[in-house]
Design a protein around this ligand. Structure first.
Ligand code: SF4
Ligand code: SF4
Length: 178
């Protein structure tokens, strides 16, 4: 891993989220100008889930992205795309217009199990991820600083397809530095 601190990762995630929401809204406004009704789906926390006791999105954006041909969901439960690996943040728009999806992507995940073995709380040991264990461990307020942090992304870090299957500038630098 290049960066040992979880602050930049958390900060990037917190900054990208409102950006994605703004892009979804802008898209809806543009579509309305073209007489197509659209609804922006908030990236995070749009409805309270009594089952898990947490906020969650009203649409599984990973599954929508997979069906739309952007990538495939790996064993680590993340969307893995050929271009950017799992280093993507998703937004969604519901639209009344029927759209032709791209072809679904061939899965990159080859079940190497590195993510399963790396998880400190065994949240990935079963085919259905134990979200509660992950959330309890990976997300929350740092005791020392009292700031909300993403404390774990090991299942992303260890994946050979973290940065996709195409050798990009980013992946070349990552492998040089790690
Ligand atoms: S983020 Fe951490 S705790 Fe959650 S599944 Fe991945 S490795 Fe496990
Ligand atoms: S680490 Fe291996 S098993 Fe896990 S998502 Fe990546 S390729 Fe799949």
């Amino acid at each position: 891993m290049i960066c040992k601190s979880n602050i930049p990762y958390t900060s990037a995630r917190n900054l990208i989220t409102p950006k994605m929401d703004a892009m979804a809204l802008d898209f809806c406004i543009e579509m309305e100008k073209r007489q197509v009704l659209c609804v922006p789906i908030p990236v995070n926390e749009s409805q309270w889930d009594e089952h898990t006791g947490r906020w969650r999105s009203i649409v599984s954006q990973k599954h929508a992205a997979q069906a739309a041909g952007l990538g495939s969901i790996g064993r680590n439960s993340l969307l893995v795309t050929p271009e950017f690996g799992s280093m993507v943040w998703l937004g969604a728009v519901l639209c009344e217009q029927e759209l032709e999806p791209d072809e679904m992507k061939r899965p990159l995940c080859d079940n190497c199990n590195l993510c399963v073995e790396a998880c400190p709380v065994n949240a990935l040991e079963n085919p259905e991820m134990n979200q509660q264990s992950c959330w309890d461990y990976a997300f929350g307020t740092d005791e020392e600083t009292q700031a909300w942090r993403i404390a774990c992304h090991k299942c992303r870090d260890v994946c050979p397809y973290q940065l996709g299957s195409q050798r990009s500038f980013l992946s070349e630098r990552f492998f040089e530095l790690s």
